[in-house]
Design a protein around this ligand. Structure first.
Ligand SMILES: NC(=O)c1ccc[n+]([C@@H]2O[C@H](COP(=O)([O-])OP(=O)(O)OC[C@H]3O[C@@H](n4cnc5c(N)ncnc54)[C@H](OP(=O)(O)O)[C@@H]3O)[C@@H](O)[C@H]2O)c1
Length: 279
């Protein structure tokens, strides 16, 4: 998700030179790692016939994933820096339609990673995909940058169960429309969709929420990793479901910690966890 480039929730933090690697399952720790090197070279392997799928989310200490409907103000500039780094890894960014309706989705990475991608023959930015059963968006949403900007491809993925007039409005607003198979409950079949993405060369998919889409990715058993930023704020509001609420309790997935970075500024602490999803 994207928002204005502005200080977080009243506390301005400048980007640190390093983050502290407090734990890593395979690498020496603790040690300081240059910020530009954090999450830079993810050694990931796509499974057969589908992409490697990672999910990146931010939450407050009390589990809120949005404040006043927006996620942007939860994480600091460091969190924003890291999610742009993860976009540099990705061929495709995948979000649910609710996130587009509440925020905006402009899947842009850092300029230095855009240059590295272009030098390697990749598009400068990942393509942005929004999953929507209804494909129905208000005029206000259809004017968002997701539809209008040209820095990367924008695609709405839906099924034949959506209305053709709504699919036409999506294309007129500037996004591509993909019609994919529906599953038994009439939703977008995420497993088939990811197979299609792999066939078209999108081997690295970065999911960016929200919780409803996360849950469906877990239920479809296609999620490989979770990157979770925890901000030391208490939102004091209930935003349910949370990042993976109701899923871990159901025993559908477990998480194995791969790494934990910390931002240790006297004015702000933030934690950045990377987990493997264990099925
Ligand atoms: N903290 C974070 O990192 C973070 C990240 C992202 C979002 N958020 C927050 O999360 C909130 C939105 O989350 P949300 O859970 O309500 O919405 P969401 O997951 O973004 O979107 C849900 C919608 O996505 C579509 N969808 C997802 N999977 C589908 C499938 N398999 N088949 C068909 N349609 C599918 C449906 O759209 P249709 O209704 O069009 O059919 C569904 O209503 C916002 O407040 C946002 O700010 C937080």
């Amino acid at each position: 998700m994207d928002g204005p480039v502005s200080p977080r929730g009243g506390s301005v933090v400048s980007l640190p030179a390093t983050l502290t690697l407090a734990y890593h399952a395979r690498e020496p720790h603790p040690r300081d790692v240059p910020l530009e090197a954090v999450y830079l070279d993810l050694e990931t392997q796509p499974g057969p016939g589908r992409p490697h799928v990672i999910l990146n989310m931010v939450q407050t200490l009390d589990g809120a994933v949005a404040i006043d409907g927006k996620a942007w103000h939860i994480g600091s500039e460091v969190d924003h820096y890291l999610f742009r780094t993860l976009r540099g890894w990705a061929d495709a960014v995948l979000c649910g339609a609710g996130t587009l309706r509440q925020n905006d989705i402009v899947a842009i990475t850092h300029p230095h990673l855009q240059a590295a991608r272009a030098a390697a023959g990749r598009p400068a930015n990942p393509a942005a995909f929004v999953v929507s059963g209804r494909a129905e968006f208000s005029d206000e949403v259809l004017r968002k940058r997701f539809f209008a900007h040209r820095e990367s491809a924008s695609v709405v993925i839906t099924t034949e169960l959506s209305r053709s007039a709504d699919r036409r409005r999506v294309e007129e607003a500037g996004a591509e429309g993909w019609v994919v198979p529906a599953d038994a409950s009439g939703e977008v079949d995420l497993e088939a969709t990811l197979g299609l993405l792999a066939d078209r060369g999108f081997g690295r998919v970065l999911a960016e929420g929200g919780p409803v889409t996360n849950r469906r990715l877990v239920e479809a058993r296609v999620l490989d990793e979770l990157f979770l930023t925890v901000s030391p704020q208490v939102a004091g509001v209930s935003t349910r479901p949370g990042v993976l609420a109701g899923i871990l309790g159901g025993g559908q997935v477990g998480l194995a910690l791969i790494s934990e970075f910390q931002y240790r500024d006297p004015a702000l602490r933030e934690w950045y966890f990377r987990f493997a999803v264990v099925r």
